[in-house]
Write a protein that binds this ligand. Structure first.
Ligand code: SF4
Length: 94
């Protein structure tokens, strides 16, 4: 979830092993790995978390997303299925 909205859904395995949403990837990059050689690159998000009461327009994550494209500030993304049990709200899919 980001600012109170679900941005990715799936089984535990799908979300933890194959995160699709840029915010999910950033969150998981902060989880320490017991295997030093398997630690993913830490993704530092710029800026501060906006107020959920006044979220940014378009995709609420766009001011902090390093993969943002023009559509991201224009409209909120629809849900796109990655598999029958895995879905994501991001303009990079669909
Ligand atoms: S919709 Fe755009 S800003 Fe939002 S997570 Fe996807 S790429 Fe980033």
């Amino acid at each position: 979830m980001y600012l109170g909205r679900i941005v990715e859904q799936g089984t535990v395995d799908e979300v933890l092993r194959s995160p699709q949403h840029p915010y999910t990837r950033a969150l998981l990059s902060a989880v320490p790995s017991p295997h030093l050689d398997a630690q993913p690159e830490f993704i530092r998000l710029p800026g501060e978390t906006p107020s959920p009461a006044r979220p940014p327009g378009g995709c609420h994550f766009h001011p902090r997303c390093r993969q943002a494209i023009a559509a991201c500030s224009a409209r909120y993304p629809e849900t796109t299925s990655v598999s029958t049990t895995h879905s994501v709200r991001c303009h990079l899919y669909g």
